[in-house]
Design a protein around this ligand. Structure first.
Ligand code: MSP
Length: 516
């Protein structure tokens, strides 16, 4: 098999507040794809990190009476702690205040822009939204306020460096139209094309050090610091060693295969970022996977409303896999979605305590009670499914087909194609479809009755069930790594060709306890 590489990134998170469920979604989505590609044998690099410079962070630190470095150190440490609790399998965590790993890359990018003749000094007079860390125009405001942050932008008038973004309008259009820069979903690509259709203006890419002392100094001009978005975007490269003494990872992994981001920062990633890369003579990321926003109780999460949902609220009560399940399956990656504790509990009980948990415990209990857990046989001998509740149109008439056939010919191919397309909720649906078929299989044969009259068929039914669970554990691994490992361990499967052997035992406690 051809060796493939897979480089996936999340945006780096502003180190000014705790990570809430919106940020958690970005992380879990990227982690599931990273784990999937690793399991497929792709040489995988999964990057996340902290965005530590800029006015917003400097101000928050000042407000708390701490120096900015000490402030971000503490935030970055708490982010890393949360990543472990969320079972995030990042290969690197980049911090933009890290002068050793990040600054050389940011400086190299700047030098490349200068060498391309794309940087010139100018003066900027206009508006700046600190929440967005972005220069904004009047027409982007609603009642004089930033639509995203609901705050009026500040008026600024300053000398700074500009980047000739306008030069790249046509090249960006082409890249998006031709799909060399794929933006998923398509609606976001169209939005960007419409935006490009209006023509691009050059953008300011530095700020005077007197105004923003907290940032990376512009190479060769100590009176300016790099604009925080240029600094932050370059972390996707610096994390691979760009600008450092060893650029081996850069040549292995760049361009990124998938960059995951939320819909609020599409322009930075679909316009500014590829333009910077073009100027620097670097390849563009292959795909930007743009996800929607989580709201809480129908409203944007905000401290003032008091509806901010934190991952910790769910982790302590339900555990990490339940949280990952919710984010992976109950949410469409490209749409907005609402989260409430009630909804969370409802799907937890229906699909984890009942659906998956119940199937695992029933199957293992029967295997242990009837056969001491030792079961083996030929997959071809598994009897056919008789009724097909939940069968999809693509399955057509299934009568006469057994579980292994169904898995190999229908469920697995769909699962893989959805995973490759980043449609993790659909891939998860395929897993739960199989759970539905296995439940149906139990209803069809009633092995708990059958065992009294026909041990041989009962064993074959159990082979079908255990085989199904083994496949579930493999498909589930990127989503619910702990649970998948437990299921695999409880089943104890090994196979050679069509012959499969199980050495199963029952769990000491349920995988997911029902919540009242
Ligand atoms: N620091 C910038 C990114 C720089 S990348 C070079 C930033 N940080 S952020 O902390 O504000 O956001 C990080 C990610 O979390 C973004 O993908 C953002 O869209 C996502 N989310 C923040 N709030 C969100 C929701 N309420 N819902 C879903 N995702 C949201 O932007």
């Amino acid at each position: 098999m051809e060796d493939k590489k897979f480089y996936i990134t999340t945006p780096i998170f502003y180190a000014n507040a705790r990570l809430h469920m919106g940020h958690t979604y970005t992380l879990v989505l990227a982690d599931i794809l990273a784990r999937y590609h690793r399991a497929q044998g792709d040489q995988t690099f999964f990057l996340t990190g902290a965005d530590e410079h800029g006015e917003k962070i400097a101000r928050t630190a000042r407000g708390e009476g701490v120096g900015p470095q000490a402030f971000v150190n503490e935030k970055a440490a708490s982010f890393k702690e949360l990543l472990r609790k969320l079972s995030i399998s990042d290969d690197a965590f980049i911090r933009t205040s890290d002068q050793i790993t990040h600054w050389p890359g940011a400086a190299k990018l700047w030098h490349s822009l200068v060498a391309a003749g794309d940087i010139y000094k100018g003066s900027y007079k206009g508006l700046y939204c600190i929440g967005c860390e972005a220069f904004v125009t009047e027409k982007e405001l609603m009642d004089g306020k930033c639509q995203l942050h609901d705050t009026p932008p500040e008026k600024v008038e300053e000398e700074n460096y500009f980047f000739k973004l306008s030069r790249y309008t046509d090249a960006l259009k082409r890249a998006i139209e031709e799909g060399s820069l794929r933006i998923t979903p398509k609606s976001k690509a169209n939005e960007m094309l419409a935006f490009l259709g209006e023509g691009l203006a050059d953008v300011s890419v530095s700020r005077p050090i007197g105004v923003i002392p907290w940032g990376i100094p512009v190479p060769d001009d100590p009176t300016q610091v790099m604009y925080v978005w240029c600094d932050a975007l370059s972390s996707y490269l610096s994390a691979l060693g760009y600008g450092g003494s060893d650029e081996k990872n850069l040549s292995t992994f760049w361009p990124a295969d998938v960059q995951v981001l939320g819909k609020d920062i599409v322009r930075f990633h679909a316009i500014l970022w590829p333009a910077l890369l073009m100027a620097a003579g670097l390849a563009l990321p292959k795909e930007l996977l743009v996800h929607g926003f989580v709201t809480s109780g129908g409203k944007k999460m905000s401290k003032t409303i008091g509806n901010v949902l934190l991952p910790e609220d769910f982790l302590s009560e339900y555990g990490v896999d339940a949280l990952r399940y919710y984010l992976a399956r109950e949410v469409s990656p490209t749409e907005d979605w609402d989260l409430t504790r009630e909804k969370f509990k409802e799907v937890y009980n229906a699909n984890l305590a009942n659906g998956l948990g119940n199937l695992v415990s029933r199957t293992l209990k029967m295997a242990e009670q009837y056969f001491d857990g030792e079961i083996s046989g030929d997959l071809a001998s598994v009897p056919p499914i008789r009724t097909h509740a939940g069968a999809t149109e693509t399955l057509g008439e299934l009568a006469g087909l057994n579980i292994p056939y169904l898995v190999v010919n229908d469920i697995l191919p769909r699962y893989h194609s959805h995973m490759r397309a980043g449609e993790i909720h659909r891939a998860a649906d395929a897993i739960w479809e199989l759970i539905g078929h296995l439940d149906q299989f139990i209803t069809d044969y009633e092995p708990f009755k059958l065992v009294k009259t026909d041990q041989e068929t009962t064993e074959k039914v159990l082979i079908g069930l255990l085989y199904g669970l083994r496949e579930i554990s493999v498909m589930l691994a990127p989503f619910l790594p702990d649970t998948a490992g437990k299921v695999a361990e409880l089943i104890g499967a090994s196979s050679s060709g069509n012959i499969i052997v199980f050495s199963a035992h029952t769990p000491t406690e349920p995988l997911f306890k029902r919540k009242e």
